[in-house]
Write a protein of this length. Sequence first.
Length: 189
Amino acid sequence: MKFRPETADPINELVEVLLRGPHTLSPGERELIATYVSARNDCVYCQTIHGAIAAHHLNGNEALVQCVKLDPECADISDKMKALLAIAGKVQLGGKHVTPDDVAAAKASGATDLEIHDTVLIAAVFCLCNRYVDGLATWTPTDPDFYRQRAAIVAEQGYAAAARTPGEPAGEMPHLNTDAAGLNEHSVR
């Protein structure tokens, strides 16, 4: 994100609207959707940071976040959230996997058109973000406290503030070779 802010800023703005803006789903519920999709995509950084943010919003309930990642049907969440996560999981596979029955099940469990729409959009955006993060071999800390601290910043101040807060390497991407003229060769990780 720090390497190319002109592309990062619009992504952060969209994520801010989807995960933190006014909504009938709580920020914790929306972060669970992002976490679930990121876990299904095996994006360690995204599932860990968004899981930490979800847990922060859910009174520190990291066990619930883990349960949602592994098996949302067994998680202590509403039937509406289970139906929305089922839709998100199908979007992760490909948008055409979502069926009218999936939408009907979500509506029957109390989901609104806005909640269904935004679940699909969160899932789609996080598929993009997961591929972006993993495709560039983003630095992925192993210390859970790093993610808890970042989660508190995001939960309290938003994604734009977190992007400006120190805590990760900045500047050139570590797996790119550069010279005085700029980027010239992409090296193998």
